[in-house]
Ligand binder design. Structure first.
Ligand code: MG
Length: 203
């Protein structure tokens, strides 16, 4: 199982981190060991600035390579939410050196996933989602603001990688990312329904 992630796919988020909006999707990956469905998320020992990034996620239901935009929707069946936990301090160091940022993005428990729901339940062009930290809404997004739409992402990723049934795509985060702290209670809502809940713990 592979997890594909998209960076800078909402203009307001690219701007808040002083990044340019990319001309093609910015793709990176997390290993299967990054995935957790547990409520408790241990704060990683190697970072002192871990950020949450709430993202709409797609579950790949049909394998394929070189998938056209027109055929893309046949390849994912379900929608959920994920939090792309990011060691921002480590990522900034990696970026400054021109190094790859896997250690900041792909560590254990860095992909907290919700249950998935059939995509037929949603207006895919305008899925609403938001994240609360300790009862306060900090991120609010809608897929109508995606720079690269869901079908285009499937098309683009499949140019380089064979998509396999069970793979996951994390489609990018809107503005409002910020740090987590031990004891924070984090809640992700899809169309107003609470479907992802994390409690940050120390190891
Ligand atoms: Mg992200």
């Amino acid at each position: 199982m592979k997890i594909f992630c998209i960076g800078r796919n909402y203009a307001d988020h690219a701007k808040e981190l002083n990044n340019k909006v990319p001309k093609q999707p910015l793709v990176f990956m997390k290993p299967s060991t990054a995935v957790t469905y547990e409520k408790e998320i241990p704060y990683p020992s190697f970072s002192s600035e871990v950020h949450y990034e709430l993202e709409v996620t797609l579950l790949i239901s049909k394998s394929g390579k070189d998938i056209s935009v027109a055929d893309a929707s046949d390849h994912y069946s379900d929608i959920g939410l994920g939090i792309d936990y990011t060691a921002r301090d480590i990522q900034s160091q990696c970026k400054a050196k021109g190094h790859s940022w896997e250690i900041a993005k792909a560590f254990d428990n860095s992909a907290a996933l919700s249950t998935f729901y059939p995509k037929s339940n949603f207006d895919l062009d305008n899925i609403q989602f938001h994240l609360d930290v300790n009862g306060k809404t900090v991120q609010k997004g809608a897929t109508k603001h995606l720079i690269f739409k869901l079908d285009y992402l499937i098309h683009h990723i499949s140019k380089y990688f064979t998509l396999e049934r069970g793979d996951i795509v994390m489609t990018g985060t809107p503005a409002g990312v910020g740090p987590i702290h031990p004891a924070d209670h984090i809640k992700g809502y899809l169309e107003g329904d609470l479907i992802l809940e994390n409690l940050i713990i120390t190891k």
